[in-house]
Design a protein around this ligand. Structure first.
Ligand code: AHG
Ligand code: MN
Ligand code: MN
Length: 342
């Protein structure tokens, strides 16, 4: 990584260019995808900031003063990302949590050698109550031979990701990404509209302080999961208790644990035998980021990034965060059935 002094202002553009120079073989296509994502993030951030005014200015699905129908924020985020990335000639296909099928590159635009998978607005049920939401993204290389992207290009294990990251629309907007050379965070300076390097080479604390889990599902968890959660809480005296923090926006919970140390868990339960979170749009990209920061991510049986996806909207149990806590999850769950047999 290029070293910067404390006083140098490093925009995301400059950082991406400097990272690219470390790879003489790079064509700049991946950098282009990251710029486009940063642009989409700024547009979404702008919209999220005024979301609370929807009731005053006209709520979703009502006509606004210009006679346009206002879109729901997750639909807006989805379309913003597609429009920011479909024409650059760098992608051959996309997939979004909000779309049932592969999103093709429109006829007439050039196709490139990468594929983008994304969750346009994570935690969208929190919008109405002014709680942080996010965007999550993952980039893999095209593996099929034809000009256009196919399902096979989308269904690749997370270890093949070439870039991944997330944006958190919180008290400030931050973008955190990795291309496999550490995880780096940028904070949006709204006065100049630039993402500035604020958290170079993030390292997650080895031991966690926080436990993020929705324990209203406790009755539906398998016994080993119940046992694991009790041990995180310090019951039995084996370990120091973690403090419980659960926002209900994965990005927000993940981000807090990444910076402060902790583990986010969304186990399988009797009603959702594979948990809730999506392997391709949520688990894989955050797993790449956390591993680059020195942490771990597992479904309880194997590394998240080693899971071979079989369908686009596949769900997975997720235990992600500080090394010591995720190792405890693997130790407790590895030999047990993945789905919640209660
Ligand atoms: P999304 O808004 O993209 O559908 O994701 C919501 C997810 C995730 O952000 C969060 O961690 C989880 O749902 C919360 O689920 P529970 O309400 O079941 O705890
Ligand atoms: Mn989500
Ligand atoms: Mn979503």
């Amino acid at each position: 990584m290029v070293k910067h002094t404390a006083t140098s202002v490093v925009t995301i553009e400059r950082f991406i260019i400097e990272q690219e120079r470390l790879h003489p073989e790079a064509t700049g296509e991946l950098s282009g995808i990251l710029y486009d994502l940063a642009l989409a993030a700024k547009m979404i951030a702008n919209k999220v900031r005024s979301a609370g005014l929807a009731d005053i200015l006209g709520s979703a699905e009502q006509e606004n003063v210009q006679g346009e129908v206002q879109q729901k924020l997750d639909v807006f985020a989805n379309e913003t990302i597609i429009k920011a990335l479909d024409h650059g000639g760098r992608l051959c296909a996309m997939a979004s949590e909000e779309e049932p099928d592969i999103i093709p590159i429109p006829e007439g635009f050039k196709c490139g050698k990468y594929v983008l998978l994304f969750d346009p607005l994570d935690g969208s049920s929190n919008i109405d109550v002014n709680v942080p939401v996010g965007t999550i993204f993952s980039v893999v290389r095209k593996i099929t031979r034809g000009a256009r992207g196919e399902m096979e290009d989308l269904l690749q294990p997370g270890r093949r990701q070439v870039a991944a990251g997330y944006v958190i629309y919180g008290s400030s907007t931050m973008l955190v990404y990795t291309t496999g050379q550490g995880a780096h965070g940028f904070t949006l300076d709204p006065s100049i509209g630039e993402f500035l390097l604020s958290h170079p080479d993030i390292k997650i604390p080895e031991r966690g302080r926080y436990l993020s889990v929705n324990d209203s599902y406790e009755n539906d968890w398998a016994d080993p999961v119940k046992q694991l959660m009790r041990s995180y809480r310090g019951i039995g005296g084996v370990r120091k208790p973690l403090s419980v923090r659960y926002v209900g926006s994965l990005v927000a919970d993940f981000h807090r644990n990444l910076l402060g140390g902790g583990v986010f868990c969304y186990p399988a339960n009797r009603r959702s035998p594979n948990g809730k979170l999506r392997l391709l749009y949520e688990a894989n990209p955050l797993a790449f980021v956390v591993e680059q920061a020195g942490g771990l991510a597992t479904d309880g049986k194997q590394r998240i990034v080693d899971v071979n996806p079989t369908e686009l909207h596949q769900r997975t149990p997720l235990f992600i965060g500080s090394r010591s806590e995720v190792e405890a999850a693997s130790a407790m769950l590895a030999e047990r059935p993945l789905t919640a047999a209660v």
